[in-house]
Design a protein around this ligand. Structure first.
Ligand code: NAP
Length: 340
């Protein structure tokens, strides 16, 4: 197995998850850029050298997890696939290609049965949102989905996380400094821009949620809108979701449907102060749902709040689940690991 982008936030989380779930690995190659040439990372108690990626890096590799940016994936995925490596890519470089499956195993895992050479791992917010939507879609059919996200800064990678931490330190004694290029600070702030603006006034992150929700649920006609917001949280994305269903569904029925769905935990006892928060969800593989309530004006409307760890189920855990299925591993082996 190879991990390209092993030194990054998702890469290091993927290594932890491979270890927790005892993924059987003969040889592990840790790949990154030239900047990491002298680094080592520990896996299963052994030190592994990180090497800059070159074409030969994929020789003899069955499975590669790509945890790097779009441009890096776009260059190396075809080279790896050409050499017979199966690639699970966390970037968005291939997500919208018709011939590349975009997979959340609990929702559309059957797309992996044909053992595709290249599989795209969806956007971090989209994974959790689609997990929450799938049981509702199956039980009642979705007509419309409106989402506002509350996304943690680790979603932007290691550099963004450092900017948050630096900004928090400096912001305790005055205004946190703006980020490079005059961009608004993450610390003590709420920033309604993630990724670049598209011509239609939406950000790319918002359009990822729209395109990917439709593709994963196989509902190209589904009405979806999104507002994606960065909040000064380290790890864990939240999303306030408002759906219109084809028939009325009570919050109680929705909770029952979610409870019966693998990978979801309902935390919804507002009277006891129990609802999902990023801080409680960080470090866990589960998608948490709470605050379920009916639309005040529409019997077919339902509102709820979803939380998941963006580095785990939002990225690395989902990618490792895909890898497990591509490798034909039985579920009990996966469960024997650190499903926390
Ligand atoms: N963070 C999240 O919550 C999240 C969620 C879902 C998907 N994703 C996606 O996952 C990918 C990785 O995100 P991240 O947050 O882990 O980013 P990150 O912390 O910035 O890590 C990026 C990784 O890519 C490597 N890299 C950069 N340039 C390279 C090059 N030219 N050749 C080879 N390797 C190179 C880096 O290696 P060096 O250390 O050598 O620079 C590092 O290992 C991105 O596509 C991101 O959109 C992230």
């Amino acid at each position: 197995m190879a991990v390209l982008g092993a030194t990054g936030l998702v890469g290091r989380t993927a290594l932890a998850i491979l270890e927790e779930r005892r993924f059987p690995i003969g040889e592990l190659r840790l790949l990154a850029s030239d900047r990491s040439a002298s680094r080592t990372l520990t896996f299963s108690g052994r030190s592994h050298a990180v090497t800059p990626v070159v074409a030969e890096s994929f020789a003899g590799i069955d499975l590669a997890l790509f945890t790097c940016a779009n441009d890096v994936s776009a260059v190396w995925a075809p080279i790896a696939v050409e050499q017979g490596t199966r690639v699970v890519d966390n970037s968005s470089a291939f997500r919208y290609h018709d011939d590349v499956p975009l997979v959340v195993p609990e929702v559309n895992g059957e797309r992996l049965d044909a053992r595709p050479r290249l599989v795209a791992n969806p956007n971090c917010s989209t994974i959790a949102i689609v997990m929450a939507l799938a049981p509702l879609e199956r039980a009642a059919g979705l007509e419309r989905v409106q989402v506002t996200t509350y996304q943690s800064v680790s979603g932007g990678g290691s550099e963004a996380l450092e900017q948050l931490e630096q900004g928090v330190r400096e912001g305790l004694d005055g205004d946190p400094p703006p980020r490079a290029g005059g961009l608004p600070a993450f610390a003590f702030n709420v920033v309604p821009q993630i990724d670049r603006f598209e011509d239609n006034g939406y950000t790319r992150e918002e359009m990822k949620i729209v395109w990917e929700t439709r593709k994963i649920l196989d509902r190209p006609d589904l009405a979806v809108t999104a507002t994606a917001v960065r909040v000064p949280v380290r790890v864990g994305h939240g999303a306030a979701v408002h759906v219109t269903l084809r028939r009325p569904m009570s919050p109680a029925e929705a909770r029952e449907r979610w409870t019966g769905f693998p990978g979801i935990e309902v935390v919804d006892e507002p009277a006891r102060g129990r609802f999902p928060t990023p801080l409680a969800g960080a470090g866990r593989d589960t998608v948490f749902i709470g605050r379920a309530r009916g639309d005040l004006d529409d019997a077919r409307g339902l509102l709820f709040f979803v939380v998941s760890d963006n580095l785990r189920k939002g990225a690395a855990t989902n990618a490792v689940q895909i890898a497990e299925r591509l490798a034909g591993l039985a579920a009990p082996l996966a469960r024997a690991g650190g499903e926390r």
